[in-house]
Design a protein around this ligand. Structure first.
Ligand code: IVH
Length: 673
């Protein structure tokens, strides 16, 4: 059957549009259409392809995940070898590198292209006439593995290049990595499901790329940044490396947003310092800076030594992994009774920060690592992630090293422990009888997003529980000034202030109150959903699981947690006592002034506001259906910027996001009432 010309044209146009918008979204981070418009185009293409399957081409945006798992990976030989880099471990070695470059080129000052050294895996992509035809690992530099199926699933890898100057052949090289957030989510999921976690984002990226089933790779949050080229045909290259990278970017390939050109060793070191300072805040892991002589003619003149170019160097950051001794394993009890093992370590400096504790997650993790007190272990610290034990150095294990035993009783209150079917966590059944859980619950109850009791910090709560002065949240409101003044680090004045803060906290809203109760897995968003749909405390307390699962975002597990919580008499008593102590909110506040005038709009709040706290500002926006997030991205519609707004403000300015100062923000709120 002949396909009507009109349909062929439409299919081509849809593919072109989708490819373009995909690049705008995943590569340039500057989308021009909404997600729903994108979905509409995609659906139209899918439907046409279903009707006319003979039109499907491998570079169609619908074809990212190929059909079947492989038995093994094929081999790929790299005509131009994939090299490695020489390292500079300190300032002096970096200066040495620059000196040698200058001597060899017989010049005084050299321009260097500078960019982060991504901590992932080197990959080569081959584009023929703009179409991605092959992806390969570096392997030993001359032979790698064919991972075409897998690289195709990476959203920031275009299946089709864009732009006017598309070469006949272009081999692009870059690093495939896993962003930190995606890595954490992947591991959280694995922990919940009781499957294997990855030690670091690099291992996770490697494991994901080496999957024989591309459908699995497609579920992994991989990304790629390009930093060079290999084979080419019919290409007229520019004179500078930085121009090559700009050209790659114009073809729709992702390149480092941190790339720049510096002059001489001094500026190299400045760039190194600047990025070191920002390293922990980057959304991906880097292990150093790569400096490359920017002039391609100079690169050629310098040539290679063994397997590394003379024109480039990796200035490495201090290691994020160090060796130390595991002294012991303690078990801590969390707010909801979860028992978490904590590793107590011989203190060791990891990348400049002294680490003496590391999380071990749960007993399964201890078994997996087979870690034992006295063992030499490798600890790792990355970004603001809690330090972790990566592995045990088995060759250094002493003979008598004994396995860690799972506790049989709660280490704090000696209550029974339970391990629900299919779960990895062990829990204490003591509830508020367990002082550890009481402490954690009170800390949660007093926290800023819950009852917001100013001045009631963790240390004070520890004392209140240890001295047996408070047994439940309601009892906080019975405390008297003299009692408080008798505590460590408290005086008459601070005690009065705390009494006043307790008084102030009594006026709250229902969302905060529900959140403050500390029901397992009921965070702020769930609390808000409960109030929006059920309106009153009584309705929430009496809702059955059917009613609850009817609320968006409330699944069966959360619903069971909520009904289970309110079935317990002591929990109902806590609620009753809190109300009796004078905690209150205006019943219908949310129902009355609730609107959806801001629905679909995304806000970020930064800096200090004088008329209200950031939490209050957020509540006010949420009430009108806005989305409020923590970080500025191209998807942000408004930035509310108070006094002393820092990096979020500059990012928003860069992205051209609308900025509201406090008075503009108050005007907006006023207009909504
Ligand atoms: S350039 C001939 N640039 O580091 C130069 N490499 O030790 C080849 N890497 O195998 C590499 N970020 O996996 C270059 N911005 C960057 C890099 C980078 C990470 C990795 C790459 C390479 C290894 C070399």
């Amino acid at each position: 059957m002949k396909i009507p010309e009109k349909i062929v044209k439409r299919i081509e146009s849809l593919r072109e549009q989708l490819n373009y918008h995909n690049i705008l979204y995943y590569v340039y981070d500057t989308p021009e259409i909404t997600d729903s418009e994108y979905d509409r185009l995609l659906r139209e293409l899918q439907e046409l392809e279903k009707e006319y399957p003979q039109t499907i081409t491998p570079d169609s945006p619908t074809q990212r995940v190929g059909s079947s798992p492989l038995k093994s990976f094929g081999e790929v030989s790299h005509k131009i070898p994939m090299l490695s880099l020489a390292n500079a471990m300190n300032e002096e070695e970096l200066r040495d590198f620059d000196r040698k470059v200058r001597e060899n080129l017989d010049t005084d000052l050299v321009n260097y292209a500078a960019e982060p050294k991504m901590d992932g895996l080197a990959v080569s992509l081959v584009y023929e006439k703009g179409v991605l035809v092959r992806g390969a690992t570096r392997g030993d530099g001359s032979t790698g593995e064919d991972i075409t199926q897998n690289v195709r699933t990476i959203k920031s890898v275009p299946l089709h290049l864009i732009g006017k100057r598309i070469p006949d052949l272009l081999e692009v090289r870059g690093e495939v990595f896993m962003p930190i957030k995606g890595f954490q989510e992947l591991n959280d999921r694995a922990l919940k499901e009781g499957s294997k976690t990855f030690a670091n984002p690099r291992n996770a990226a490697a494991g994901s790329l080496r999957q024989l089933d591309p459908a699995v790779t497609a579920t992994r949050p991989l990304d790629m940044i390009c930093y060079g080229i290999g084979e080419t045909a019919n290409v007229h290259l520019p004179a500078l490396y930085s121009e090559v990278i700009d050209w790659l970017a114009s073809l729709g390939l992702r390149v480092s947003p941190e790339r720049t050109v510096v002059v001489g060793a001094e500026q190299c070191l400045e760039y190194y310092k600047d990025l070191s300072a920002r390293r922990a805040r980057l959304p991906y892991e880097i292990d150093g800076i790569v400096f490359k002589v920017n002039d391609l003619a100079q690169q050629e003149k310098l040539g290679f030594v063994s397997r590394a170019p003379r024109w480039a160097i990796a200035h490495k950051f201090p290691a994020q992994e160090e060796m130390t001794i595991l002294r012991s394993v303690d078990f801590q009890v969390g707010r909801t009774g979860a028992i978490t093992p904590v590793a107590r370590l011989e203190p060791v400096s990891v990348g400049g920060v002294v680490v003496s504790n590391a999380t071990l997650h749960n007993m399964d993790e201890i078994r997996r690592l087979d870690v034992r007190p006295g063992d030499t272990v490798i600890v790792r610290r990355a970004g603001d992630v809690i330090p972790q034990i990566v592995s045990v150095v088995l060759s250094r294990r002493s003979k008598g090293a004994r396995q860690v035993k799972a506790p049989t009783k709660c280490p704090v209150c000696h209550s029974e422990l339970i391990k629900p079917e299919g779960q990895t966590v062990i829990r204490c059944t003591g509830g508020l009888f367990c002082s550890a859980q009481r402490k954690e619950l009170l800390k949660h109850f007093a926290s800023r997003k819950a009852m917001d009791i100013d001045g009631l910090g963790d240390k004070l709560i520890d004392q209140l529980i240890d001295k047996d002065m408070v047994h439940s949240p309601a009892e906080l409101y019975r405390l008297e000034k003299d009692q408080l003044a008798s505590l460590d680090r408290m005086a008459e004045k601070s005690a009065s202030r705390l009494i006043a803060a307790l008084e102030t906290s009594k006026k709250t809203n229902l969302e905060r109150f529900i959140y403050a109760l500390g029901i397992r897995e009921v965070g702020e968003a769930t609390a808000r959903a409960l109030v929006q749909h059920l309106s009153t405390l009584d309705a929430i307390m009496d809702a059955d699981e059917e009613v609850l699962t009817g609320i968006p975002d409330v699944g069966p597990v959360v619903a069971a947690n909520i009904t289970g919580f309110f079935r317990q008499k002591h929990n109902r008593d806590v609620v009753r006592e809190l109300l009796a102590m004078g905690v209150f909110w205006e019943q219908d506040r949310s129902a009355e002034s609730h609107s959806d005038q801001l629905s679909g709009q995304s806000f970020v709040i930064t800096g200090t506001l004088s008329a209200m706290s950031r939490t209050e500002a957020r509540d006010a926006l949420l009430l009108h259906g806005a989305k409020v997030t923590g970080s500025v991205s191209s998807k942000t519609d408004y930035l509310v910027a108070g006094e002393k707004s820092g990096s979020k403000l500059s990012k928003a300015e860069q992205l051209g996001i609308r900025i509201l100062d406090e008075s503009a923000f108050l005007q907006l709120l006023d207009s909504l009432k």
